[in-house]
Design a protein around this ligand. Structure first.
Ligand code: C2O
Ligand code: CU
Ligand code: CU
Length: 472
């Protein structure tokens, strides 16, 4: 389902979203209590044209406080939907902004301090596509929604014996909540009838904690055309693609002449564990193996058939000489023991789902834990900065920054791989790695609604691994 909004007399495009409870057949034959945006699980794909003014009214019909954050959208702090912009039960929040950024696949989700993890896990998330019809590549690429331009929200969930969502049911879950059921667009291992032509998939790793190493069952190469916040300079041919929680990629799979074939999109997770961390304290049995996510059943070609352009986008030159800051990610050594003793936040989620133990001081950035009372950094409006990201812990953390898109200058001293050379807003930092990223801060965020930077493993974010900064 996509939502283009309606244009008012003022020329502004209006969208309405409503968060409410429902029941969903996530897994065949089981009706699970869930929360969703305009539906029982997940939400509509919002289409926003670059430069167009939008007005989005978000109504909270849940009994739990929420917010709605536009992940990857470069908007003022007050419109960012972070932890300061609460929407109480039965209340609404009106967002107004326009996006001046390249065409990209962004997403939205709640961002409440201490309960972002359970809220997203309950089903609250959706895609936000920025369209830029002025860009030539946008006209050339596959663009018929649901036919050859398909969003794929990839998530994992665990169900209890009664078929309800199980969240943080063991102390080990504090390392990052992982499930054993794999959902694409809210359904366990579904199939998609793909036309025998170039098909574009907008992949979102919408999982709380799991990393996927995407590939196709016949090891066919595919083209990566976009990263988090825009198209790459040119298509990059790969057979595997790693996506960490919060990250997106746009890929194009060539199914020409493959009518009648069945191909699985799967995660070759077993291939990546050794590079993630030696101890791999966050690893579960799926991280050691291969599992299917989505079946592609190739059917007759349909509609307009695209050809992949050689050049996709132009990238501005990097500014590696900008002022530096250093951020170091850390995890308390005894986190599992501490988690066992922590007091929970109740069972008020859908179907009595646990709301976790958010609010603990287990995961840190620069030895600090998130606090509303501390502004961790004050940036100047219009400034460009280089951030050095380090990781002294034994697990990998996806770092996400609000209010900007960044580029990776170096990963461990070398240029990043081609798929990481475009616009990013979320990036993996493995144990002992050292990344340098460069970002420009063009929107304002004051003390009333600062921007966040945090780990996108939501259980880490909820338990300290987040900071806030102003841009003035
Ligand atoms: Cu996707 Cu600060 O979040
Ligand atoms: Cu974000
Ligand atoms: Cu983390």
């Amino acid at each position: 389902m996509q939502m283009h909004g309606t244009t008012g007399a003022d020329g502004v495009r209006h969208y309405r979203l409503r968060l409410a409870p429902g029941r969903t057949e996530l897994v065949t034959g089981v009706r699970t209590a869930t929360w969703g945006y305009d539906g029982a699980y997940l939400g509509p794909t919002l289409r926003i044209a670059r430069g167009k003014r939008v007005d989005i009214s978000v109504r909270n019909a849940l009994s739990h406080v929420t917010t709605t954050h536009w992940h990857g959208a470069i908007v003022d702090g007050r419109m960012d939907g972070g932890p300061h912009s609460l929407i109480l039960p039965d209340e609404s929040f009106r967002f107004g902004f326009s996006l001046d950024q390249p065409a990209a696949s962004l997403w939205y989700h709640p961002h409440v301090d201490t309960t972002t993890g359970p809220l997203v896990y309950a089903g609250l998330a959706g895609m936000l596509i920025v369209d830029d019809d002025a860009a030539e590549s946008s006209r050339l690429l596959p663009r018929t929604y649901g036919v050859d331009d398909v969003p794929l929200v990839v998530q994992d969930r665990r169900l209890d014996p009664g078929g309800e969502l199980a969240y943080m049911t063991s102390p080990a879950d504090i390392m990052g909540m992982k499930g054993d059921r794999f959902l694409v667009n809210g359904r366990e291992q579904p199939y998609f009838e793909a036309p025998a032509q170039l098909v574009r998939f907008r992949l979102l790793n919408g999982s709380n904690a799991r990393i996927y190493n995407f590939g196709l069952s016949d090891d066919r190469p595919f083209e990566v055309i976009g990263s988090d916040a825009g198209l790459l300079c040119e298509p990059v041919r790969v057979t595997r693609l790693l996506l960490v929680p919060g990250e997106r990629a746009e890929i194009v799979v060539d199914l020409t002449h493959k009518r009648g074939r069945t191909i699985e999109l799967r995660s070759y997770s077993g291939e990546i564990v050794p590079v993630l961390s030696k101890q791999a304290m966050e690893k579960d049995r799926f991280d050691g193996g291969t599992f299917d996510l989505l079946q592609l059943r190739v059917v007759a070609p349909s509609g307009h058939i695209s050809k992949l352009p050689d050049r996709l986008a132009q990238m501005p030159a990097l500014r590696p000489d900008a002022p530096h800051r250093r951020l170091v990610l850390g995890v308390a050594e005894d986190v599992m023991t501490l988690a066992g003793d922590a007091k929970g936040r109740g069972h008020d989620g859908p179907g009595g789902m646990n709301l976790g133990i958010g609010g603990q001081r287990f995961f840190s950035i620069d030895r600090d834990y998130f606090s509303f009372d501390r502004t961790n950094m004050k940036l100047a409006l219009g400034s460009t900065e280089v951030w050095d990201l380090g990781n002294t812990s034994k697990m990998a953390h996806p770092v996400h920054i609000h209010g900007t898109s960044f580029r990776i200058l170096t990963r461990n001293g070398s240029a990043p791989p081609a798929v990481e050379q475009g616009w990013k807003d979320t990036v993996l930092v493995r144990p002992a790695e050292h990344l340098r990223i460069v970002a420009r801060f063009t929107k304002r965020a004051g003390d009333d609604a600062p921007y966040m930077y945090h780990c996108h493993i939501l259980e880490h974010e909820d338990n300290g691994m987040m900071g806030q900064f102003t841009v003035t």
